[in-house]
Write a protein that binds this ligand. Structure first.
Ligand code: UFG
Length: 359
């Protein structure tokens, strides 16, 4: 399959690219490198630098590659940032997403898998959360992901279009090659491992008075490898049939508390990892766990790596082999980010229509 992975230089996207390349697919990554890393794109996948809001550039790349299917992982994804700057989230996640849909339609590409979020459910009324449960996001991040799902649904209703949205919560773990390198980092596991690596003195536990067995929040973690496998199964499932829009939750259906995560990280790393309880973080629901029965039944998804210890061990191994995360190569082309056409490795240049290629 010829696959375009939009946002394929990020944590989830780059690991999916690895899986697709290993399965023999022909992969191009389209990424503005605002949060992704060019060195996360494994060969022989190609990297085209561009903005998801640039419809014409996307269409050009889709046509030139004769793309058969698209994986979309290019969203802004921090809840706190979305509360501070909702415009950024609507522009990127909704406006950019619709630009992608329009470009796909113009280029005759009608298969899309969207890496969505279980944040579309908001505060769940019951756990584990099923796909048909009420969607009532409590922040612009979840709202913009849900809005884009709505656009996918209507494209499938109005055009020949087969689309799948995968909703999941917390992703963890790493491959040998790719791992989590965010700046700023807000997620629990990488912050815990920073303490294990002596880069911080202690981890903060945001509240210990939740209605859970140990008083800390419970979250559903899946291994990034299992998520990548789900992305591939979903892409394959868009191969034939009538126009459709389907939603699948991905999760472990069990969940681990914040304290359990810290305790397991102590065992895995052999480090003390001091922890201090501080006040609750705004907007954290006590328990978030998704039911993935439908994905298991219909996509044949079988998570293989999502044991907490394995996720932590893999994330820790990646940290030890990448103590400074990804190297950040200096920019050489001098072009504004959303107009750049070089992959920075001299492998391929895809000019915007009417624009001169720069190297
Ligand atoms: N936590 C701490 N200390 C920290 C960081 C996190 O105690 O230093 C706690 C949080 O309060 C929360 C749990 O660890 O209870 C997990 O927090 P993360 O920030 O790692 O992840 P979230 O559950 O907040 O975020 C996930 C996804 C988002 C999604 C969100 C929806 O990563 O993409 O669920 O609620 F939007």
């Amino acid at each position: 399959m010829r696959i375009l992975v939009v946002g394929g230089a990020g944590y989830v996207g780059s690991t999916s690219v690895e899986t697709f390349v290993d399965a023999g697919h022909d992969v191009t990554v389209y990424d503005d490198l605002s949060t992704g890393h060019s060195s996360a794109v494994v060969r022989p996948a190609r990297l085209v630098r561009g903005s998801i809001e640039d419809r014409a550039h996307l269409e050009h790349v889709l046509r030139e590659d004769r793309t058969e299917a698209v994986l979309h992982c290019a969203a802004k994804s921090l809840v706190g940032e979305s509360m501070a700057n909702p415009g950024l989230y609507y522009r990127n996640n909704v406006g950019g997403g619709v630009a992608l849909l329009d470009a796909m339609r113009a280029a005759g590409v009608n298969r899309l898998v969207y890496s969505s979020t279980a944040a579309v459910y908001g505060e769940p009324r019951r756990v584990p959360i099923a796909e048909a449960d009420r969607t009532e996001p409590i922040n612009p991040y979840g709202a913009t992901k849900l809005a884009f799902e709505g656009a996918m649904r209507w494209f499938a209703a109005s055009h020949e279009f087969r689309a799948i949205s995968l909703r999941y919560f917390n992703v963890a773990g790493a491959t040998e090659r790719n791992g989590e390198d965010h700046e700023p980092e807000t997620h629990l596991i990488p912050l815990v491992l920073r303490v294990a690596a002596d880069e911080a003195t202690h981890v903060q536990i945001f509240g210990q008075d939740y209605p859970t067995p140990d008083g800390t929040c419970i979250r559903d973690f899946i291994h990034v490898r299992d998520l990548a496998a789900a992305h591939l199964l979903a892409l394959e499932a868009t191969g034939e049939g009538d126009s459709s829009f389907e939603v699948y939750n991905l999760g472990s259906a069990a969940g681990f508390s914040v304290r359990e995560v810290v305790e397991a990280a102590r065992k895995v790393t052999g480090r003390g990892i001091p922890a201090r309880v501080v006040k609750r973080r705004t907007g954290d629901p006590p328990v978030l766990v998704a039911s993935s029965r439908r994905a298991r039944r219909e996509l044949g998804w079988q998570p293989q790596h999502s044991k907490l210890e394995q996720m932590l061990a893999d994330a820790w191994a990646w940290r030890l082999t990448h103590p400074t995360g990804y190297a950040r190569p200096p920019r050489t082309d001098g072009a504004p980010l959303d107009r750049s056409v070089s992959d920075g490795r001299g492998e391929r240049q895809v000019p915007r229509p009417g624009a001169a290629a720069s190297v």
